[in-house]
Design a protein around this ligand. Structure first.
Ligand SMILES: Nc1nc2c(ncn2[C@@H]2O[C@H](COP(=O)(O)OP(=O)(O)O)[C@@H](O)[C@H]2O)c(=O)[nH]1
Ligand SMILES: [Mg+2]
Length: 445
């Protein structure tokens, strides 16, 4: 396509030159020479074996249609496998060799290996460049301005030509043979195929108890903060997987640290999942780059994804409605006490109930209107009101418990204790009501 446009451009320019030539005959040959050069030089350079891939800049977004079709010409790429590297000069020739052997058997010419190196001090990228003539499927990207495993993988995917995007560590801790099983899962229709240490045929080689605990601890933490994401696969910490381009296309990714799979699970439209077992091998060459920083980044990453999934608009409306309820409650309390002269407890109970009904109506008409509209009819509305009432009652009990606990047991200032209780109870109220009173699964079809 680009070639056609370029040729058309040249044709038009030549044509205009010919017209101009009527006036400037002596320059024609020189101009033609320059134009042919302008066309040929970029074509020649993209075919140069020692050319590094251009590092994409800007947002971490995967295009829906592969951008590097020019490079690969008519060759259709099925799999683009990124190999992120940092100080892996001893490992890179072996992993490239093994992967090439395996993939040449099943999808010759229909795959590419993309090494993304973050300017390793041991010059891994240079080693990869040197072996390129032996491996026509190999390409190398050298990043000098960015650092980090997850972003390296995405930068590689951004320029990839395949419909399936994959990642594998360079250090041979991910057995290359498993790549074929992953590919088979994708060919069976999976949107995401993950190599897992925690299913049959999976495991870790010689991990000590601390390392096992840290790995499992990270998984449990993920399950607490992001159950709907982390709980979808048995090994959410895996860095060895394949994903279909279309499930990520157009999404803005924002991973921190090492756990790219969590980002893919959290932001991708993944319906069909496949898992294959593998044993995480010991490193023979080079060193792991994992440090405490990666654990902090992991926690940050989980929280960022949690926030991105939080229904901010709905929660804001719920908060505003809750605030309006306070005024209704106080106004009714005042009326009952001053004008009717009702007793304190009765006034408090009645006014609280009016406040609850006020909140219910606004939430039903505004906060959750999309859901209540599809669950019409008074019986359903009354059911929602009863649930809402019940949840508010549990919230009141919680409120009392928290204030007492903070004030009496931990000696927290009573107003601060009350504020903490209100914040906690509002969150609880919102969440439980969303899950029970205005449940999306009850929507009438
Ligand atoms: N491009 C890039 N690759 C990295 C970075 N950190 C680690 N890697 C690569 O990611 C893979 C896994 O890293 P490693 O330190 O072995 O993690 P571990 O196996 O969990 O200990 C290896 O291929 C590393 O070379 C980084 O900052 N940038
Ligand atoms: Mg490793």
């Amino acid at each position: 396509m680009l070639l056609t446009t370029q040729l058309l451009g040249v044709f038009l320019r030549v044509l205009s030159n010919l017209v101009l030539n009527e006036l400037f005959q002596p320059f024609l040959i020189l101009k033609l020479f320059c134009l042919i050069n302008a066309l040929l030089i970029p074509l020649m350079t993209t075919n140069q074996p020692n050319l590094l891939l251009k590092v994409p800049i800007g947002l971490l977004q995967i295009p829906a249609i592969a951008k590097n079709k020019i490079k690969t010409g008519s060759r259709k790429i099925k799999l683009s496998l990124v190999i992120p590297t940092y100080n892996e000069r001893e490992n890179i020739p072996t992993i490239v060799h093994k992967l090439t052997q395996l993939l040449n058997d099943v999808i010759p010419n229909a795959y590419e290996l993309i090494v993304v190196d973050d300017n390793s001090p041991d010059l891994t990228w240079e080693v990869a460049q040197k072996i390129k003539p032996e491996y026509p499927q190999l390409q190398v990207m050298l990043r000098e301005k960015e650092r980090g495993l997850s972003t390296a993988v995405i930068r590689g995917w951004q320029i990839a030509g395949g419909e399936i995007l994959g990642v594998i560590d360079a250090d041979l801790q991910h057995p290359p043979e498993t790549i074929l099983k992953l590919l088979a899962e994708m060919e069976r229709g999976a949107d995401l195929a993950v190599a897992s240490r925690h299913i049959e045929e999976g495991g870790v080689s010689e991990w000590n108890i601390i390392r096992r605990l840290l790995s499992r601890g990270a998984q449990v933490l993920g399950l607490i903060i992001l159950p709907g994401v982390v709980g979808r696969v048995s090994d959410p910490m895996s860095g060895y997987f394949m994903v279909r381009r279309e499930v990520l296309a157009g999404k803005t990714l924002n991973p921190k640290g090492y756990k790219i799979l969590i980002e893919v699970l959290g932001r991708g439209n993944i319906r069909c999942l496949g898992e294959v077992g593998y044993v995480f091998q010991e490193r023979l060459e080079g060193k792991s780059k994992v440090a405490w920083k990666q654990y902090i980044e992991y926690l940050q990453h989980l929280l960022t994804l949690r926030l991105a999934k939080w229904p901010v608009g709905r929660f804001t409306r719920f908060g505003i409605v809750g605030f309006s309820g306070v005024f209704v409650d106080i106004a009714i309390f005042y009326l009952l006490r001053k004008t009717i002269g009702l007793g304190l407890t009765r006034s408090a109970v009645l006014s609280a109930e009016v406040g609850i009904i006020n909140n219910f109506l606004w939430n039903d008409l505004w906060t959750f209107r999309d859901i209540s509209r599809s669950q019409r009819g008074w019986p359903k509305r009354v059911k929602r009101l009863l649930k809402f009432n019940l949840i508010c009652l549990t919230a009141l009990i919680f409120n009392l418990l928290i204030v007492n606990l903070l004030f009496n047991l931990f000696g927290v200032n009573e107003y601060l204790a009350k504020l903490i209780a209100i914040a906690t109870v509002t969150l609880w109220n919102f969440w439980i009501n969303m899950k029970l009173s205005w449940r999306v699964t009850q929507v009438d079809k």
